[in-house]
Design a protein around this ligand. Structure first.
Ligand code: SF4
Length: 251
């Protein structure tokens, strides 16, 4: 799954840019998902006094609103990005307004000052209103999504890599960097996505069929624990594949 964010202040052209990107990705036959970050403290579908709110107040930990054309599962908390992405299986996921995760990013802006305030090494393109008057900023292409969407999506195809983990630097540096630095180096073409060795590990963990990244020291703990127990069993052979399934539906 390839994930990137489009961010900028309100009215800078974010949603229009994302609409154009999604349409072009669909034209190119990719499956696409999106996430919209809402910067409004009072935002809630589950409003005070609604029936779903009454379910929650009565003690339901998870509430679902099931309509004729839409089903909304109402988590009573702000989920982090990895948790949200665990519900997606599209080839591309576009995040609107998300800045707190290890991702390639596109800035949308009105002015050079706005770009400058947001620019870092995770930004690979600039778009929005500023694209009417600027073609490049500090070597980063500024692309008008209304007129040159082909070019913007070509760049997305070239730059956006398979989602990387976002571990604490203390937990993993197997590629020689921390996760965020590797992401920035991939964008600058100074490193490759394959330099993240976490998916080559001997231990694979899936929860509900989704691959879960495990930091190296936890991999070692799991490997030693499983090998320690399984090696005592009849039929165990060195260097063979071991599969354990833990199904919580069975008591
Ligand atoms: S090897 Fe992968 S998980 Fe480990 S620091 Fe590098 S990018 Fe992060």
């Amino acid at each position: 799954m390839k994930v990137f964010s489009v961010f900028g202040i309100s009215g800078s052209g974010k949603t229009t840019t994302i609409e154009n990107i999604i349409k072009e990705l669909k034209t190119r036959r990719y499956s696409v998902g999106s996430v919209k970050e809402i910067h409004f403290e009072e935002f809630a579908i589950d409003t005070k006094g609604s029936n779903t709110n009454r379910h929650r107040k009565a003690g339901a930990e998870l509430v679902t609103a099931r309509g004729y054309h839409e089903t909304d599962i109402l988590f009573p908390e702000k989920l982090d990005i990895p948790k949200i992405l665990s519900f997606y299986n599209q080839e591309y996921v576009v995040l609107e307004g998300v800045t707190d995760y290890n991702l390639p990013k596109i800035i949308t802006a009105y002015s050079e000052k706005e770009i400058e305030e947001r620019l870092d090494d995770s930004v690979f393109a600039i778009s929005g209103k500023i694209a009417n008057s600027l073609k490049e900023y500090k070597g980063i292409p500024v692309i008008n999504s209304m007129e040159r969407i082909d070019e913007l999506v070509d760049l997305i195809e070239k730059k956006v890599y398979e989602k990387l983990p976002d571990f604490d630097p203390k937990c993993c540096s197997a590629c020689g960097y921390d996760c965020r630095t590797l992401g920035m180096k991939i964008l600058k073409e100074e490193a490759k996505r394959e330099d993240c060795t976490i998916s080559d590990s001997k231990i694979k963990l899936k929860i509900n069929e989704k691959d879960i990244d495990i930091v190296p020291f936890v991999q070692r703990i799991l490997e030693n624990a499983v090998r320690g127990v399984v090696s005592e069993l009849e039929g165990y052979k060195e260097n063979t594949k071991i599969v354990i399934t833990l199904d919580n539906n069975h008591e």
